[in-house]
Design a protein around this ligand. Structure first.
Ligand SMILES: [Zn+2]
Ligand SMILES: [Zn+2]
Length: 62
Protein backbone atom coordinates (compact mmCIF):
# COMPACT_ATOMS: atom_id res chain seq x y z
CA UNK A 1 0.00 0.00 0.00
CA UNK A 2 1.18 3.57 -0.59
CA UNK A 3 2.47 5.20 2.57
CA UNK A 4 0.69 8.53 2.07
CA UNK A 5 -3.02 9.17 2.07
CA UNK A 6 -4.81 12.14 0.50
CA UNK A 7 -1.72 14.35 0.76
CA UNK A 8 -2.34 16.18 -2.53
CA UNK A 9 -5.08 15.93 -5.16
CA UNK A 10 -2.38 15.47 -7.77
CA UNK A 11 -0.47 12.79 -5.86
CA UNK A 12 -0.60 9.56 -7.82
CA UNK A 13 -0.62 7.48 -4.65
CA UNK A 14 -3.55 9.37 -3.19
CA UNK A 15 -5.66 9.64 -6.28
CA UNK A 16 -8.79 7.47 -5.94
CA UNK A 17 -8.28 3.95 -7.27
CA UNK A 18 -11.06 2.38 -9.27
CA UNK A 19 -12.24 -1.20 -9.40
CA UNK A 20 -14.78 -2.62 -11.82
CA UNK A 21 -17.79 -4.06 -10.02
CA UNK A 22 -18.22 -7.62 -11.32
CA UNK A 23 -21.95 -7.52 -10.61
CA UNK A 24 -22.86 -4.48 -12.72
CA UNK A 25 -19.66 -3.80 -14.65
CA UNK A 26 -19.39 -0.19 -13.52
CA UNK A 27 -16.19 1.32 -12.14
CA UNK A 28 -16.36 2.19 -8.47
CA UNK A 29 -13.91 3.26 -5.78
CA UNK A 30 -11.61 0.48 -4.58
CA UNK A 31 -12.03 1.65 -0.98
CA UNK A 32 -15.76 0.96 -0.89
CA UNK A 33 -17.06 -2.23 0.69
CA UNK A 34 -20.05 -2.31 -1.63
CA UNK A 35 -20.84 -1.02 -5.07
CA UNK A 36 -22.90 2.16 -4.61
CA UNK A 37 -24.88 1.39 -7.76
CA UNK A 38 -25.98 -2.21 -7.30
CA UNK A 39 -25.18 -2.61 -3.57
CA UNK A 40 -23.24 -5.81 -4.22
CA UNK A 41 -20.08 -6.34 -2.14
CA UNK A 42 -16.86 -5.86 -4.08
CA UNK A 43 -15.07 -9.24 -3.99
CA UNK A 44 -11.49 -9.38 -2.76
CA UNK A 45 -10.43 -10.90 -6.08
CA UNK A 46 -11.67 -7.84 -7.98
CA UNK A 47 -9.95 -5.57 -5.49
CA UNK A 48 -6.69 -7.51 -5.75
CA UNK A 49 -6.84 -7.47 -9.55
CA UNK A 50 -7.37 -3.71 -9.50
CA UNK A 51 -4.37 -3.27 -7.20
CA UNK A 52 -2.26 -5.45 -9.47
CA UNK A 53 -3.30 -3.40 -12.48
CA UNK A 54 -2.51 -0.19 -10.60
CA UNK A 55 0.91 -1.48 -9.52
CA UNK A 56 1.68 -2.55 -13.07
CA UNK A 57 1.35 1.05 -14.24
CA UNK A 58 2.92 2.74 -11.19
CA UNK A 59 6.22 2.50 -9.36
CA UNK A 60 7.76 -0.01 -11.79
CA UNK A 61 11.04 0.27 -9.89
CA UNK A 62 9.72 -1.37 -6.76
ZN1 LIG B 1 0.14 11.12 -1.51
ZN1 LIG C 1 -22.15 -2.87 -9.03
Amino acid sequence: MPDCYICLPTCDNCRPKMVTCPACGKPTLIDLERCPLCREPIPDEARAAAWDAWRATHAPGE
